[in-house]
Design a protein around this ligand. Sequence first.
Ligand SMILES: Nc1nc2c(ncn2[C@@H]2O[C@H](COP(=O)(O)OP(=O)(O)OP(=O)(O)O)[C@@H](O)[C@H]2O)c(=O)[nH]1
Ligand SMILES: [Mg+2]
Ligand SMILES: [Zn+2]
Length: 348
Amino acid sequence: MPGFDLGGLGWSAELADNLEQGLEPGRVVAAHRGAFDVVTAHGSVRARLPGRLLHEGVDVAVGDWVGIAGSVIRGVLPRKSAIVRSAAGRTSESQTLAANVDVAFVVSSLGPDLEPRRVERYLVTIWESGATPEIVLTKADRMDDPWPLVAQVEAVAIGVAVHVVSAVTGQGCDALRARIAEGTTAVLLGSSGVGKSTLVNRFAGRELMSVKETRVDDDEGRHTTTHRELIRLPGGGVVIDTPGLRELQLSDGGAQSVGRAFADIEALAAECRFGDCGHSTEPGCAVQAALRSGELSAERHRSWLKLQRELRAMAVRTDARLRREEKRMWQLRVRDARSRTRHRPGRT
Ligand SMILES: Nc1nc2c(ncn2[C@@H]2O[C@H](COP(=O)(O)OP(=O)(O)OP(=O)(O)O)[C@@H](O)[C@H]2O)c(=O)[nH]1
Ligand SMILES: [Mg+2]
Ligand SMILES: [Zn+2]
């Protein structure tokens, strides 16, 4: 079989340094139930994660670099980024959506459903991941004048590039494609039906991913893409297509990332008279002053408070889980110690 250049998939000297001797490097391009498609220099392998690694809690996601022996994954190389969301529900279990991503495109379609609050939420998660967020607004062809809506998004996307594209007219598509240079890994994230797979197909130059057949005017509906997949683009760069996300819960520890996504409010908060200002009724509160003057919109302020509340709630849940785990470990140790005493030779 002809050799396959892993450099095009993003393989680097740094990764090579971390690979255990004797293992073959490969990148996870798709995840199935209990199995992974891994591309190595010799082609594609359907590999599995042995039970031992599963029990150790080793997490493998699309985009991961792994060391394999035959068709068994023996190790996962350190990630430079991981996009993690907290799974739906009340637990603080989390799910890795994509690993080793350089640029994460937050895709929304231009129209009445466009929700700047949702964009804020994505930005927090992506800043947390180590990847760089960029915003993609699709279906520009559907609006006579998309620019007021674009401006609303730009207002919440501080320091983040905003691309306005149409797969129908081709507007903005080349500029977006150019952001996925050789050696770069991009991921497309967003609700179902916003046109993620349509963009992937356009960049791939063929119908790799199926897209919604019928013309739908609202973006709701069934998910067309059902699994995450990493695709190598002709001309360099790779892109990960993902199924539409219904909700995006924040993952743990995003306080700093909230600060980054809300850099405007953080800058205001730094101006408050008191270092521990609660930004509600304190005298000299710069956040309240900006709300009064209209410099800061009430919606954005509410969104900031809400995301912080969620993070606090998450921290409490994580703490509770840690406490439960500690208690269980302690009980195990006690049981262990008891059984040792019982079975000590010379005693009964
Ligand atoms: N008018 C218009 N329609 C578009 C554009 N891009 C995509 N569409 C249509 O929007 C529908 C959904 O596109 P998909 O690419 O399947 O959306 P998706 O984000 O991959 O959806 P999921 O896989 O379910 O997450 C399809 O019918 C596309 O033809 C666009 O720029 N303009
Ligand atoms: Mg899709
Ligand atoms: Zn304040």
